[in-house]
Design a protein around this ligand. Structure first.
Ligand code: BV8
Length: 247
């Protein structure tokens, strides 16, 4: 894949990198994006309606089963060449932070180290009342769906993800915000930049003078403002970018 000349030189002189990824980063591994998660028995329901504390309060089994189906999907997928290219790029820079909106652990599975999960992790469970972790053994041994919580009489087990209307993990968001305000280059990969506050990160980087590179086959609200908007997939573009750094 041919890369704009300016992009390569911006990368070669950069020291601090922020990478923001969204559902499109996992698409080529077989994880449906939020936009096209409208398949099977969920096509009638918008993810934004299911991924809320209210939906879990009113329809705990429907929401729990939706996450069980997504967990099954995540157990069956593996990282692609784009994930491994990001692992290689991480070695190349003094400061490298990967802030992901994805809850599927594919970056960590590929070997990325400096990763912050802005929206949590779908494979982990917590108590709906106390937020305390519930280990997989308890989940497996329970016949209830969702299982009751061992930490609170009224608590239920819920996925350790950030639902709409819930605040993001403060440490993860602070690290991402700090990096956005201080990076030389910010990548926005496979995200529609619609969900806040994560979507504001590339714009903060823009305002602080960073070079912003978008990778997305389709245009987004960021495309016009990004210095480089590569209309390509993550698995196509990232290996080409990693190759530039090898020269
Ligand atoms: C909060 C975990 C407040 C759960 C997720 C009005 C205006 C502004 C904001 C709001 C508003 N109303 C409400 C809000 C706030 C809301 C929000 O932003 N809503 C949106 C919908 C308008 N945000 C929140 O509620 C946040 N919390 O604000 O709390 C608060 C503050 C203080 C104190 C208390 C409370 C919480 C947001 C997090 C929600 N949880 N996930 C789960 O997974 O089940 S969000 C979830 O959806 C994902 O994590 C991800 O973030 C988002 C989906 O977006 P994308 O990742 O961008 O994916 P999408 O499918 O949209 O697009 C895919 C893109 O990839 C496309 O562009 C496509 O072209 C591209 N693509 C496809 N294939 C490829 C590709 N790119 C590259 N390669 C490919 N192969």
């Amino acid at each position: 894949m041919e890369l704009p000349a300016g992009l390569s030189s911006a990368l070669k002189t950069a020291k601090k990198i922020l990478v923001l990824t969204g559902a499109g980063m996992s698409a080529e591994s077989g994880v449906p994006t939020f936009r096209d998660a409208r398949t099977g028995m969920w096509k009638k329901l918008r993810p934004e309606d299911l991924a809320t504390p209210e939906a879990f309060r009113d329809h705990p089994k429907v929401v729990w089963d939706w996450y069980e189906e997504r967990r099954k999907n995540v157990r069956g997928v593996s990282p692609h060449a784009g994930h491994y290219a990001l692992v290689e790029m991480e070695q190349h820079f003094e400061h490298f932070l990967l802030a992901t909106q994805n809850v599927d652990s594919l970056h960590q599975q590929a070997g990325s180290k400096q990763v912050v999960e802005l929206h949590g992790n779908i494979m982990l469970s917590i108590c709906s009342e106390t937020g305390k972790r519930i280990d997989e053994e308890w989940i497996k041994s329970s016949t209830l769906r969702p299982p009751a919580s061992p930490h609170h009489p009224k608590g239920l087990a819920r996925p350790a993800v950030v639902w709409f209307g819930e605040s993001l993990p403060i440490d993860a968001m602070n690290r991402a915000m700090a990096s956005a305000g201080d990076c030389d280059v910010c990548f926005s990969i496979g995200t529609s930049t619609l969900v806040q506050p994560a979507a504001s990160l590339p714009f903060i980087a823009l305002d602080s003078g960073a070079t912003v590179i978008e990778i997305n086959p389709l245009p987004t609200a960021l495309s016009e403002k990004a210095h480089y908007s590569l209309q390509a997939t993550a698995a196509e573009a990232l290996p080409a970018i990693a190759a530039v750094l090898r020269d």
